[in-house]
Ligand binder design. Sequence first.
Ligand code: CAA
Length: 384
Amino acid sequence: MSFALTDEQLMIQTMAREFSRDVVAPTAAERDRTCEFPVENLKKMAELGFMGMMVPFEYKGSGADTVSYVLALSEIAYSCASTAVVMSVHNSIVCESIYRLGTEDQKERYLKPLAAGDIIGAFAMTEPHAGSDPVRQSTTAVRDGNYYILNGTKRFITSGKNAGLTIVTAVTDKTKRHKGISAFLVKKDTPGFSAGNLEDKMGLRASDTTDLIFDDCRIPAEDLLGEEGDGFKIAMQALDGGRIGIAAQSVGVAQAALDAAVDYAKIREQFGQPISKFQGLRWMIADMAVEIEAARQLMLSAAEMKDRGEKYTAQASMAKLFASEMVNRVTTKALQIHGGYGFIKEYPVERFFRDARVFTIYEGTSEIQRVVISNHILKDKRSP
Ligand code: CAA
């Protein structure tokens, strides 16, 4: 690895690796089968400081940098992508947004319990008819004295059912396009707020994905995040960080798929020798390793830019685009190396292949990442 990791970053990576392989891995296949939310993993991860990784100590976080965070997230994804996506949305999007923009009172009431892992965070922007184009969302928030009244439906919300706190975007002024969207902190059990049915998904089956329904849901005005009209920018900035998290999940799952393929290729014999001796497979293994390393470097460089306080929107999209497409190629090859055994649930590559599929879709499709990247390139070329 060309990045010189600090002792602290290496220590966090090692701790996450040991925890992931000893505690998370043994039950991952079973949770995939039962769709059981990884509540025990998350509790133990909170004890290790993984639920408020980039939040300062004063708000019950671990005060780690983004590089340490993505290294830890990759390690969790190595064993269980469902657990990793919960960790990712919770840390990258929810904790980060409240830390950056919350009032002291919001940090006290929400960030502390989130960072301590007492509650899980979710982020709700997508709607049935507003996915890639969230400016056209139709959930409304109408001011009524010291409250906002929310009405509408959000879709495909990670941890929608299990979250204790959800950041929800809604339209406060329809005439102002993205500047008429605001963000709210919505507690579980708020009257008028409910989760719909769990989606029956192809992968990430132990993480819950639900609709969230708002029916005259009254939110105190002090739970507006940032200023009225800031919601779209808050969401875009949150997704910049979130997208590095998806790159980290991709790297973790891809590394697990490569390791599984290598182990299998060494013991599986055909034509009188281990299949790892065949050049066709060796080249596949080499290509997989190169792609994973390239994605890892993109992930680390975007994380380092964020840690240095630089603008990292395009780098986050590049890391997300490349890593999420890479993991789909790598899991396909790993499954192919397993032959017929890759197609059955006895071997974990079948799960890796299914889990990886959504990475090119959520937190912005590959097509949207290309929009973000090309916008930045063309804008830069225009500037003096
Ligand atoms: N940081 C800060 N500000 C940003 C920004 C960023 N990364 N991106 C855009 N903005 C600002 C712009 O500067 C602009 O502000 P001004 O008017 O003040 O200049 C404003 O936002 C509007 O920008 P655009 O005109 O570029 O917006 P757009 O409507 O063309 O959309 C888009 C841009 C990139 C396509 C955006 O809509 C997008 O990212 N779409 C994908 C949505 C997405 O990723 N959804 C995922 C859902 S969450 C999820 O999957 C989570 C989960 O549970 C796992």
